[in-house]
Design a protein around this ligand. Structure first.
Ligand SMILES: Nc1nc2c(c(=O)[nH]1)N[C@H]1C(S)=C(S)[C@@H](COP(=O)(O)O)O[C@H]1N2
Ligand SMILES: [Mo]
Length: 476
């Protein structure tokens, strides 16, 4: 139904999205730590279970008292309709799937309760039984037909997938990682798109064909700019390795990935627009109403913040922001990396709040210096020479040293791999003469100025976790 109407707001998506907009930070963290990047699947399944249970109760009530079942049905669809109305990407018709689903449910309920009533009083009546079975089959076939129609008419998704496949984008000179960046035993220095962590509030991913994409840069500027996808591609293109990190990443976590991004410098576009002298931020907005507040200086300095359209040489995957997203080295994603970007307002931090700020997260989100052990992890190793390796990162500051210690002993210096710039993670390895027994490995990194990472444990909220990654290893 939602597909026929060309809106992402199916009843489950509407309720789920409104729910996501309202969860407190601790619940978001809990969901991510329980389900990882499958948190959205878990939410969908959860909503379906709750709705199915309520519908079953409604159905049972309706056999004897139609109005009681009808009331539950109306309440359920009302929740979905209200939820749909609160969504930025709802448009004029966003409430319709939920409303129509409610009407259909009422109709089915009415038909079923009529057929079931005689069956309860006369359980052996063959005619009533046949009637009931026919009705059940009819309703099942009808639902299946609507679902198939939805898939066929839901061409938006297919059209976007198709447009993405057809797209010819300027290619980087090479996709190969620079020499010497990979440490043996650490994760791949370049994260394949398919393995790149995904975090966003979008239960149904916004679908934008490049031909429809438009960006407006406005607000406190001398000259408003509006550009479409072709205009964007006509501008000088940069290719740059940047490591993206989520503020919700726990110590040792995997909400971090490194990719070769291709795009257009925000610095050039913003300078063309001419920000007012007292502007200090941009508010970037996505198609589905997510917003990020980013300090203007991080977009105007030499770090090459960009409007990215490609990731590791491919058009952005749809779930990573197709066709255009923001990438700002050094800042957590929630304050910078807006996917499905449609609007940039030049403004001041005292005039607005980004999506996560009123939900318990800091307005500013520079990435914190951190380090992680990738190997050995979770498996027994043989006594003798054991490779300990991992990654460390302090984007746009740089990592100068990494140390490892065993069982709380003295810190040992690890060997650093090279880094092409201060905007990517830096890999390291250390050779450990491992004795038999159970041991504890820890890692710490130092930034470019020689300052060590914060050892005290802090949770992700409000502005990023701290603490030492600690790994237990069984040797022998
Ligand atoms: N439209 C939109 N963009 C978004 C978000 C979002 O919820 N909606 N989440 C941000 C957050 S919190 C992070 S960490 C990065 C993650 O980008 P990725 O999914 O491509 O790894 O996207 C950012 N951009
Ligand atoms: Mo994030």
């Amino acid at each position: 139904m939602a597909a026929v109407l060309g809106t992402p707001q199916t009843p489950v998506v509407a309720i789920g999205s409104a729910f996501i907009d309202r969860v407190p930070p601790w619940l978001k963290d809990l969901a991510i730590s329980l389900f990882g990047t499958h948190d959205k699947t878990a939410l969908r399944v959860g909503i379906l279970i709750v709705v199915a249970a309520l519908a079953a109760v409604g159905g049972m009530l309706a056999v004897r008292r139609y109005w009681a079942g009808a009331l539950i049905t109306i309440a359920l669809s009302a929740v979905a309709v209200v939820a749909a109305f609160t969504r930025a990407d709802s448009g004029q018709t966003g409430f319709l799937p939920s409303a129509l689903a409610g009407v259909a449910a009422l109709l089915v309920l009415r038909l079923f309760s009529r057929r079931l009533e005689p069956l309860i009083d006369f359980p052996d009546d063959g005619v009533s039984r046949r009637g009931f079975l026919q009705l059940s089959t009819g309703v099942a076939l009808g639902s299946a037909a609507v679902a198939v129609l939805g898939k066929v008419v839901g061409g938006n998704r297919a059209a976007v997938a198709d447009a993405r496949k057809q797209l010819q984008l300027p290619q980087p000179p090479t996709l190969a990682p620079p020499a010497g960046v990979q440490a043996d035993g650490a994760v791949p220095w370049a994260t394949p798109n398919a393995d790149f962590y995904r975090i966003d509030t979008a239960l149904s991913v916004p679908q934008i064909v490049p031909a429809d994409w438009k960006l407006r840069i406005h607000g406190m500027v001398g000259k408003e700019i509006e550009l479409n996808f072709d205009d964007l591609l006509k501008r000088p293109v940069v290719h740059k390795w940047v490591t993206l990190t989520c503020v919700s990443n726990e110590v040792g976590g995997d909400l971090i990935g490194n990719a070769l991004w291709s795009g257009v410098l925000l610095k050039d576009l913003l300078q063309e627009a001419g920000p007012a002298a007292d502007a200090d931020a941009i508010k970037s907005t996505s198609k589905d109403g997510f917003t990020a507040g980013t300090p203007l200086p991080t977009l105007l300095d030499d770090r090459q913040a960009m409007l990215a359209f490609a990731m590791n040489g491919d058009p952005l995957p749809v779930e990573h922001g197709f066709p255009v997203r923001v990438v700002v080295p050094g800042l957590y994603g929630y304050v910078s990396a807006t996917k499905w970007l449609v609007d940039i307002e030049v403004t001041r931090f005292d005039q607005f709040e980004g999506y996560w700020t009123p939900r318990g997260w800091s307005a500013l989100g520079p990435i914190k210096l951190s380090s992680r052990i990738d190997t050995p992890r979770g498996k027994k190793v043989e006594p003798g020479q054991v490779t300990v390796a991992g990654v460390a990162w302090d984007q746009h500051v740089g990592v100068s040293k990494v140390e490892v210690r065993v069982d709380g002993g003295s810190w040992q210096q690890a060997t650093l791999a090279t880094d092409p710039s201060i905007d990517t993670w830096r890999q390291w390895h250390w050779s450990w003469d491992a004795p038999r027994g159970n041991h504890v490995l820890q890692v710490r990194a130092f930034d470019a100025k020689g300052t060590p990472q914060v050892e005290d444990s802090a949770p992700p909220a409000p502005n990023g976790s701290t603490g030492l990654h600690t790994v237990n290893v069984k040797v022998g």
